[in-house]
Design a protein around this ligand. Structure first.
Ligand SMILES: Cc1ncc(COP(=O)(O)O)c(C=O)c1O
Length: 394
């Protein structure tokens, strides 16, 4: 019994471009009544014509839908596209980025294992890893980005290397290929949070990573109207483990979230081009401004990891931070409060420009640094530049 066409049988041709994959891969409009947009299967369960076909629901390759916590036809189309975009063999959609990160890590770890992780990863990822100390899973957070810094942190029981690059905020860029090489030589699984660059600018699986995770809430969604996550990979065993985590923990997306993500994906490439160009223009304005101390955008030549970024990335996301020369809470908040188009709010990757600030990226509580973090959205770039300029005026 086949309820619906398998999206994997509607692959776009070998060598199809990124935009073509976003548009066509995994879709079969005629099999869905000719609807130009895949239908939203907003249902929890699926019914069967007879007990025999119910019995065959788990047959390998059967592609039979049973229950939306396991699989859903709308979500399956999205997963087929994501897998192809990240150069993976499979993808799994989650109800949040943290759900995806928990499943990727949880699928690779057991009591007694050790994790090596970049120092400035997304804060709740750090909290999650620290939280798992109670299950006897230890993590070492590595401050440097050199391979030797990571080697120094390895232990015989290290099972996962967790990378995020560029890190959200200060834009640390560890070199991925040497790190995946040293991990795979030791049988360590590398997990990479690719939310910042998206596969449009970076494909970590092609650089030797085993799993890619995303907050799909960010650029994948792109419209600030959905919370979701993704895990992609190549290895079938990892797929089974990550899928099992999703089914058992239940961090499964609502089909409507998957449908919104399919819509968001259509414009990902053109949004990323605009995000990149506008963010670089704002970063350049800030670099040249007399009130600014540092701009932490890895696309700028004076960023400490610019050379690695230039070699590794095909382009840049639009989230970055800067510091004012006047290092006080008042000066930091004055700029934030004066911005008009940049609204104060967490998250990033949506169409709208956002700003947050504080001392939350500081490594050292003794040494407080007041930082402003911008997400440069899709508004007219001249208006954004004017907004930043007026916010820095006395
Ligand atoms: C880099 C990064 N990874 C993961 C997450 C978590 O994603 P979510 O909020 O969708 O759970 C975030 C959220 O801000 C993030 O910035």
């Amino acid at each position: 019994m086949r309820h619906l066409p398998d999206p994997r049988e509607n692959a776009s041709p070998e060598g199809a471009g990124f935009e073509t994959i976003c548009e066509h891969h995994g879709e079969n409009a005629l099999a869905h009544g000719g609807g130009a947009v895949p239908p939203l299967y907003q249902n929890s369960t699926f019914v069967f014509p007879d007990a025999e076909s119910f019995e065959r629901r788990h047959d390998p390759g059967a592609h039979i839908f049973e229950y939306t916590r396991h699989d859903n036809p709308t979500t399956a189309i999205l997963e087929a596209k994501w897998a192809r975009l990240e150069s993976g063999n499979w993808a799994r959609c989650f109800s949040s980025g943290m759900g995806a990160i928990s499943a990727a890590l949880g699928g690779c770890l057991k009591a007694g294992d050790h994790v090596v992780c970049v120092y400035r990863c997304y804060w709740p990822t750090k909290q999650l890893l620290n939280h798992w100390r109670r299950f006897n899973i230890e993590t070492t957070f590595v401050k440097g980005v050199e391979p030797a810094d990571f080697v120094a942190a390895l232990r015989p029981e290290t099972k996962v290397l967790y990378l995020e690059s560029p890190t959200a905020g200060l834009g640390d860029v560890p070199p991925v290929e040497p790190l995946t090489k040293l991990a795979s030589e030791r049988g360590i699984t590398t997990i990479f949070d690719n939310s910042w660059a998206t596969p449009y600018f970076l494909k970590p699986l092609e650089l030797g990573c085993d799993l890619v995770v995303h907050s799909a809430t960010k650029f994948f969604g792109g419209h600030s109207d959905v919370v979701a996550g993704a895990v992609m990979g190549r290895d079938a065993q990892l797929e089974e483990r990550v899928t099992q985590e999703r089914i058992l923990v239940g961090a499964v997306p609502d089909p409507f979230a998957a449908w919104l993500l399919l819509r968001g994906l259509r414009t990902l490439p053109i949004r990323m081009e605009r995000h990149q160009a506008s963010a670089l223009a704002v970063a350049q304005l800030l670099v040249d401004h007399p009130k600014i101390d540092r701009v932490y955008h890895p696309g700028l030549p004076d960023h400490p990891h610019h050379e690695i970024a230039r070699r590794q990335l095909r382009g840049y996301g639009s989230l970055f931070a800067f510091t004012l020369k006047e290092q006080t809470r008042e000066a930091c908040y004055r700029v934030i409060n004066k911005l008009k188009l940049f609204q104060i709010g967490v998250s990033w990757g949506g169409h709208e420009s956002l700003v947050v600030g504080g001392n939350f990226f500081s490594d050292d509580p003794e040494h407080i640094v007041w930082i402003v973090r911008l997400h440069v959205g899709l508004e007219t770039v001249d208006d954004l530049l004017a907004d930043v300029t007026q916010a820095l005026e006395d």
